[in-house]
Design a protein around this ligand. Structure first.
Ligand code: SAH
Length: 222
């Protein structure tokens, strides 16, 4: 038996529950999101050497200069994605910036299907393996430039971008369904905040949310 694996297996449920308590104290209110955060095995999305720190409130490297989003940020973005009034499951979600696939796995628990685009081919491959390990079957990954979105699958109920932009890519707004919402970090000077844009029948409505820290949205593919 692989003892190091069973070791993390035994502690991960407990540490995950501690993480959920912390998320509650930090202001996450959606019980579905809290229960999903308690179920998705975050340690499976990190290198084995970092697995014992997977549930800390820290930014951790996932390779190629990129980082996994903080548990609070993942929970907050998922909460905003779900807060559309009727609280029903989402149908189609688009994620820009797959990274290690963790946010994608969380979104996949509250949506019928998640399409996710990553510009680094090595991370697309890694995320695919991680999602398979975590037994996520309703995520579709694509290597490409997220600025363009995925017009063939549009419209989306929700678009989540997990890299910070200086402006909202126009193509993404065009792929948002009426009644849909886009959640993304935007950089202004030294500051970064989460923004929520809702598409209503009358047009777009935008709102600035929490201060955050994401890696930049980069052009093209790598
Ligand atoms: N959601 C990820 C966060 C990864 S960090 C997670 O849970 O781990 C952000 C990711 O966005 C990085 O992997 C980076 O390579 C990717 N990225 C940056 N610019 C991009 C672009 N234009 N298109 C697609 N992915 C991009």
């Amino acid at each position: 038996m692989n003892t190091s694996y069973s070791g993390i297996g035994m502690t991960s449920q407990r540490t995950r529950m501690r993480m959920v308590e912390r998320l509650r104290q930090q202001g996450i209110r959606d019980e579905i999101v809290l229960s999903v955060m308690g179920e998705v095995p975050r340690h499976l999305f990190l290198d084995e050497a970092l697995a014992d720190r997977a549930y800390d409130d820290k930014s951790l490297p996932i390779g190629f200069g990129q980082t996994i989003s903080l548990p609070f940020t993942v929970a907050r973005m998922t909460e905003l994605a779900r807060a559309r009034g009727d609280q029903s499951d989402l149908n189609k979600v688009l994620e820009i910036g797959t990274g290690c696939g963790y946010q994608c796995a969380v979104l996949a628990r509250v949506a019928k299907v998640v399409h996710s685009i990553e510009r680094l081919v090595q991370l697309t491959a890694r995320a695919r393996k991680n999602l398979l390990n975590a037994r996520v079957t309703n995520a579709r990954l694509r290597h490409g430039d997220g600025h363009k979105g995925m017009p063939t699958e549009a419209p989306f109920d929700v678009i989540v971008m997990t890299a910070a932009a200086t402006h909202v890519p126009k193509a993404l707004l065009e792929q948002l369904a009426v009644g849909g919402r886009m959640i993304f970090p935007m950089v202004k000077g030294e500051e970064q905040h989460l923004w929520l844009i809702e598409r209503t029948a009358q047009g777009l409505r935008e709102k600035r949310m929490d201060a955050v820290k994401f890696v930049p949205l980069l052009p093209g593919t790598g």
